[in-house]
Design a protein around this ligand. Structure first.
Ligand code: F0G
Length: 539
């Protein structure tokens, strides 16, 4: 392949870091390690280790804090920061940095001004869907009357620099990557992770390699990665195949020096906690009744659950919201596992009882049936959500319980799936009544409508739907909805790269490379020795 490969400028020297967990100079301060989420294992490793799974049992890792005396016990710190509003304090992630203190000092942080998003009260949409818009609209309660505290709120994460919530996580993961001297970052992506990773890689002077499935990415997202100069490998397979490949390379071929940026990276999820901090900030630190979020690889909902575990421990909330995770019908693994198979976290007994074996059996069944994810919401077209155990934990933690009830008066979170038609319709409504969103984001609103219809959510409750990505990420779906023209059909797969008109490309053109779903081929496309694939067991 003659396409020039993007080269990264030399990375700046890593700023000083300290390993808080092992730093005797910091008595009484918050200690921080990476810990296996399986309570029966609980293996610990220092922050300086680059891992995406437990070395002992293979389960996911958490960034875990033992809060010290300087940890915040009120929100005053964040209120002051929001007023100051410059430098790091202007970042909607790092304004809350006391709640994610895994980095050495402020100079270690890689930020592009992420998290300047809003929580919008959406009264028109609220009424259209049959919710009560609360105290703001007199006599408007369609139900039996309510305390006037309710309402529907939309958390617009599409306002991030790369147009999706991923920037919340990337800023944190790149901060860690730089502290460990990473030079090459990689991810599998349905589009938003890659767009976000590519722009942060530019800022951090690292080389970005992106794995996308053939024909599985909205053009708005693909165009971002190309523009940001990432090496984009279009692998003949779907997202699940791409993630398996990139994990194999990151974990089993250390010579490749690849730092993995998917949400199995526990530092990503640290940053994504900030979405919840901003929701609380937008509500004057009052906790909503429901948080509703689309589920793909399940990193976001996992991060939300961790955020509330920690806020509860720190005494910063006196109740937790209930969580609803919404799958697309064509990619409903969590829904099947949670609702059909009854799999639960159960304080971590998930790992030691039968639960995780049910999940393995379900995956084997899907493989045997060659069942592949398929939905118009390509962002969440995922059948093997890597964060599944953490999502189950979040569904247990975010149960609507209160301090007054001894944290035992709640009911666990819920999972639902919605159809592509429901997604299309709710996307159109978000466009008509608000700032718009991409299809996957609208799954949260479709889920809210469904749960209201089922009576699980009552009309007077306060409900926050997280809109994860910008309206312009996937304009084909919008055009098709409003005009009936199917632009996507014409783009099912990019034509063979060899047939692309070279003479029409721009001077700084950075087209994707098409590669077979084959480890040696992929290594060659990355500019690495294909012989490194010898004897490597795929994941
Ligand atoms: N919404 C959007 C717009 C997304 O891009 C994604 C995930 C999700 C929801 C699901 O979030 O994975 O944390 O459950 N997109 C990933 C990507 C997979 O590669 O961009 P999740």
């Amino acid at each position: 392949m003659s396409t020039p490969r993007p080269t990264a400028p030399p990375a700046p020297a890593a700023p000083p870091t300290r390993d808080r967990a092992h730093d005797p100079a910091l008595p009484g301060t918050t200690a921080c390690v990476q810990r296996c989420i399986n309570p029966a294992c609980g293996a610990v490793c220092p922050l300086s280790e680059v891992r995406v799974g437990c070395a002992r049992c293979g389960a996911l890792l958490d960034v875990q804090y033992t809060w010290g005396s300087e940890a915040p016990r009120s929100w005053a710190f964040a209120e002051q920061r929001a007023k100051a509003g410059s430098g790091l304090d202007a970042s909607g992630v790092w304004r809350f940095r006391e709640l994610m203190p895994f980095f050495g000092d402020d100079r270690a942080i890689v930020s592009i001004g992420e998290g300047k998003t809003i929580l919008q009260r959406a009264d028109l949409l609220c009424r259209h869907l049959g919710f009560c818009p609360g105290g703001s609209v007199a006599g408007a309660c369609p139900g039996q009357g309510c305390a006037g505290e309710g309402g529907l709120y939309l958390q617009y994460e599409g306002m991030n620099p790369s147009g999706s919530f991923k920037d919340n996580g990337m800023t944190a993961a790149f901060t860690h990557a730089r502290s460990v001297g990473a030079r090459v970052v990689a991810c599998a992506s349905t589009g938003n992770t890659s767009a976000s990773m590519a722009v942060y890689a530019l800022q951090a002077a690292m080389r970005a390699v992106i794995f996308i499935g053939s024909g599985k990415i909205a053009y708005g997202k693909l165009s971002q990665a190309l523009d940001y100069g990432a090496l984009t490998l279009q692998v003949a397979g779907d997202f699940d195949a791409c993630l398996a490949r990139v994990r194999t390379i990151a974990e089993r071929i250390p010579q490749a020096g690849v730092y993995l940026m998917n949400s199995v990276n526990p530092f990503r999820l640290e940053g994504q906690k900030a979405v919840m901090f901003r929701v609380l900030e937008g509500l004057g630190w009052r906790v909503p009744d429901w948080i509703i979020v689309p589920g793909g690889n399940l990193g976001n909902c996992s991060a939300f659950g961790k955020a509330f575990m920690e806020l509860r421990d720190l005494g910063l909330v006196d109740r937790v919201p209930r969580l609803a995770v919404i799958n697309a019908r064509g990619a409903r693994t969590l829904d099947r596992v949670y609702n059909d198979l009854g799999v639960r976290w159960e304080g971590g007994a998930y790992f030691t009882g039968d639960a995780h074996r049910h999940v393995e059996a379900e995956y084997a069944r899907m493989d045997a049936a060659n069942e592949r994810a398929s939905t118009i919401a390509t962002a969440i077209e995922i059948n093997r959500p890597v964060n599944l155990p953490k999502a189950l934990r979040a569904l247990e933690v975010m149960d609507g319980s209160t301090r007054a009830g001894g944290w035992a008066d709640g009911q666990p979170g819920v999972v639902r799936h919605v159809t592509d038609d429901e997604i299309r319709e709710c996307k159109a409504l978000v466009g008509r009544y608000g700032y718009g969103c991409e299809p996957a984001s609208a799954a949260s609103v479709a889920g809210a409508r469904r749960l209201l219809g089922e009576g699980v959510i009552s009309p007077g409750q306060r409900v926050v739907c997280v809109l994860t990505g910008h309206q312009l990420k996937d304009p084909d779906v919008t055009i098709a909805y409003h005009t009936g023209l199917d632009a996507k059909a014409a783009q099912q797969a990019l034509p063979d790269a060899r047939a692309w008109p070279q003479e029409r490309r721009g001077r700084y053109a950075n087209p994707p490379l098409q590669v077979a779903d084959d480890l040696a081929e992929i290594l060659r496309a990355m500019g690495l020795d294909p012989a490194l694939a010898a004897g490597v067991q795929p994941r």
